[in-house]
Design a protein around this ligand. Sequence first.
Ligand SMILES: Cc1cc2nc3c(=O)[nH]c(=O)nc-3n(C[C@H](O)[C@H](O)[C@H](O)COP(=O)(O)O)c2cc1C
Length: 217
Amino acid sequence: MRRRLRAIPVFKNVRAAEFREKDLPDNPLPVIADWILAAHAAGQPEPHAMSLCTVGPTGVPSSRVLIVKDIDDRHLYFATPAGSRKGLEIATNPHVAAHFHWPATGQQIRIVGTAAGQGREASERDFAERGRGSQLAAHLHRPGPLTDRRSALAEFERLGAVHPGEVPCPPDWTLYAISPTEVEFWEASADRVHHRIVYRRDATAGADGWAHELMWP
Ligand SMILES: Cc1cc2nc3c(=O)[nH]c(=O)nc-3n(C[C@H](O)[C@H](O)[C@H](O)COP(=O)(O)O)c2cc1C
């Protein structure tokens, strides 16, 4: 296995384009959006899929992939049931880490911050924009194990029959916003001296202030 893993190439899509740190804006959030769109344009499937790491009450972390639903100048948004493991962990510890990796562009972004639910109205608006299958599936979330997959399929079908038109938003469906305090942009370079820039919230520059610096690869 070791030999086979080591034979798999990395950084196959390293771009010739120069990473110009001097062109980076003061606020890193729009750059996250730009990089997602650039990965999409380069053919990266699901470029808006992001890993989210939360921390449980005993300090043990857990991560999973989520779809980013929106990005504005201060937040990244995702939606999930508040009663899910990640939702429960955020409720007791809002500190999260998130991560994107796009092989198509040889780029990654790491994010550290806090997550918070955005209230009923915003959560219902998110739910209303989801596809019907995804809306019905959101009603399948239950705590604990499933004894038989057929039960979930039957429940999915039953829900579809009960709600032939509009699917109501489950009470714990929640839109969350991540407020980043640290964002790291990383881009592979053909010469292996990879680019790395870290943005950190800068309290001296006001509530929306950021400072960024170049890091060793
Ligand atoms: C590509 C991809 C996208 C996903 N998007 C979401 C999502 O937007 N919301 C969500 O709750 N789960 C999503 N999931 C499922 C989560 O990764 C996870 O399995 C689920 O939310 C349960 O996580 P938890 O038990 O840690 O809370 C996605 C999984 C994949 C692979």
